[in-house]
Design a protein around this ligand. Structure first.
Ligand code: FEO
Length: 362
């Protein structure tokens, strides 16, 4: 199936409707695709990745149907066989083509596919190759999910081709993402099964691509993203180890908003000054409300201040008697907070993170 994703940029890969296992291990309930992209410049033509060797004929047929007589470059983003397995056959059909990749990927391709060294052009991170009116810029994105992986940024069309990064195992006749909630689930499964062990690398690579103006992401599996922020934001969420915080000013809070936030709140931290020896009435009201709604919250803490004495902490914890929660040590300071008090607040944040890790939330 050949599709033009932008003028002179074509999707020429293969959909694998029937594949149900990857690496004879990972289930593929929705099949997958091996996306390969052809970019026709005014002077030269490049193919980005090949396909799984079981689908070589489809790739070659697609190139033939576009009337491609000569390939100048075959960019290999990743040496795993689902993208590189057909490279030897493509080189046979297009003997002028040079395999463009980094040194790590070149070594792997030579080892895995016995491709002769004189077939390669090696490139560095950030290097560009001109096709005439289109420029390919190479972006190394190591460890998503192999050490050699790279992507290509097509400057003129603002398309990023990130190979496995941002992919989804999904066989579909749709070129572009049409049903975001469904693709989200497929991409999340893919992330969980393939990318999750490489969270640190993913975070580095997400930061690295921030400088690129990306209007489209064309991965090597699944449909193309016309709304790149959809999948970039999802990856930021999945790879992030931080905790989302909702903050409410308890004076005049919309209690509906507060109740909605409590549905997903793993930890509740109530902040209060000391008011007439006890908690501020608005903080007490919020504590009573939380206690009455009994959300599935697992941890509670209290932060606040006092001037001479008071029972603010005891009062608030007393109002939370229905909650089956662990109380993380409160942080209460006298008067204007000092450096040590801010350190104590940072420690509280670390303890909350540790607790969330303990119960597998992050
Ligand atoms: Fe889709 Fe890591 O290969």
């Amino acid at each position: 199936m050949v599709n033009e994703i932008k003028p002179n940029v074509y999707s020429v890969g293969a959909v694998d409707w029937d594949r149900r296992l990857f690496d004879e291990l990972i289930p593929l309930p929705d099949g997958t695709s091996y996306n390969s992209y052809l970019i026709k410049g005014s002077v030269k033509t490049a193919l980005l990745d090949a396909v799984d060797p079981t689908k070589t004929d489809i790739l070659l047929d697609n190139l033939a149907s576009l009337g491609i007589k000569r390939l100048d470059y075959l960019v290999s983003h990743h040496a795993e066989q689902d993208h590189s397995g057909a490279i030897p056959d493509v080189l046979q059909a297009y003997p002028d083509a040079k395999v463009v990749t980094n040194t790590k990927c070149k070594t792997m391709l030579m080892e895995l596919l016995h491709i002769a060294e004189d077939n390669f052009i090696t490139i560095e991170d950030g290097q560009t190759i001109s096709l005439g009116d289109k420029i390919l810029q190479f972006v190394f994105i190591p460890w998503v999910h192999w050490p050699e992986t790279l992507g290509t940024y097509l400057k003129e069309d603002k398309i990023f081709f990130p190979c496995d990064f941002f992919g989804s195992h999904l066989a579909t006749s749709s070129l572009f993402v049409e049903d975001e909630p469904f693709v989200y689930e497929c991409a999340k499964r893919y992330y969980a099964e393939i990318m999750m062990p490489f969270r640190a690398a993913i975070k580095n690579n997400l930061k690295k691509i921030e400088s690129l103006k990306i209007e489209m992401i064309a991965p090597s599996h699944g449909p193309v993203y016309q709304r790149p922020e959809f999948i970039i934001d999802a990856y930021k969420d999945w790879a992030g180890e931080g905790i989302k915080v909702r903050q409410f000013n308890l004076t005049g809070v919309d209690i509906g908003e507060l109740a909605i936030a409590l549905v997903d709140a793993a930890t509740v931290v109530i902040g209060s000054p000391t008011f007439l020896v006890g908690a501020h009435p608005s903080a007490a009201y919020a504590a009573m409300l939380t206690n009455a709604l009994r959300p599935k919250t697992r941890f509670v803490s209290i932060i606040g201040s006092f001037s001479w004495t008071g029972k603010m902490v005891e009062q608030l914890t007393g109002l939370l008697g229905n909650m089956k929660v662990e109380v993380i040590e409160p942080v209460v300071f006298k008067g204007l907070p000092e450096d040590k008090d801010f350190v104590a607040l940072d420690n509280l944040a670390d303890k909350i993170t540790a607790k969330h890790k303990e119960i597998g939330l992050i």
